[in-house]
Design a protein around this ligand. Structure first.
Ligand SMILES: N[C@@H](CCC(=O)N[C@@H](CS)C(=O)NCC(=O)O)C(=O)O
Length: 220
């Protein structure tokens, strides 16, 4: 078995399979993707990251990669085997991507645009979407009789998606800790500790670099 993950350490969507890989204790080789994506495009024409190569199988899309990783390692499945629970995991993965990661990408993307191509309206919409996401996720977590994970009792795909997205979102659009205590509990230990919280394993080393990196590039 040889797994290669094409990724960049600052890319939220790459953290999702990275968390799954560490959580499942699956050995892999990280292939750093930078500006030149031609080699990646030969594997996967959109050249988005992450991309996983598992022997002859090439898989893109972070959620699909996490689903595939359930075939590796012996940790409990990140897509629950119960069909109803699996739907919840997929649902909250979609919520994390759509309502956290997408607006974060919009805000960061706008900060990188030339000054004559800014989209202030889009950015203000993105901030409003993050408020909606915080309220939605906090309500999902609040007062529920489960382990504090988004989709139920267990750590799932949904948490792999939400942890990094929430981490970045909080930098760009600070989470009101008083208004959203349940969601704060998910954020509180920091992303590496969130990973570690899943069955007590240590978090991946790469995300520890992220807060410092983001602090240097803070946009509002
Ligand atoms: N839906 C995709 C989104 C992947 C995505 O947007 N990846 C970003 C990095 S986080 C990317 O490659 N963007 C294109 C670019 O940077 O050129 C997934 O879940 O994998």
């Amino acid at each position: 078995m040889s797994l290669f993950l094409y990724e960049h350490p600052f890319a939220m969507y790459c953290w999702k399979p990275l968390i799954a890989l560490y959580e499942r204790d699956v050995p892999f080789t990280a292939e750093l993707v930078e500006a030149d994506r031609s080699a990646l495009a030969a594997l996967w024409p959109p050249a988005s990251i992450p991309v996983l190569v598992d022997d002859s199988v090439v898989l893109a899309e972070s959620s699909i990669i996490v689903e595939h990783l359930d075939r590796h390692g012996d940790a409990p499945s990140l897509i629950p085997t119960d069909p109803d629970e699996a739907l919840q995991a997929r649902l909250w993965d979609r919520v994390a991507d759509g309502y956290l990661t997408t607006p974060v990408q919009r805000i960061v993307g706008d900060a990188l645009r030339p000054s004559d191509a800014k989209d202030p309206y889009g950015v203000s919409q993105a901030h409003a979407t993050l408020d909606l996401a915080y309220a939605t996720l906090d309500r999902q977590l609040d007062g529920r009789d489960h382990g504090g994970w988004l989709a139920g009792d267990d750590f799932t795909l949904a948490d792999c998606a939400a942890a990094p997205a929430l981490h970045y979102a909080d930098v760009l659009h600070p989470l009101d800790r008083d208004a959203h205590p349940a969601l704060t509990a998910l954020l509180r230990p920091g992303t590496d500790a969130i990973v570690g919280r899943s069955r007590g394993r240590g978090g991946p080393p790469v995300p520890r670099a992220i807060p410092a990196a983001l602090a240097r590039t803070r946009v509002s």
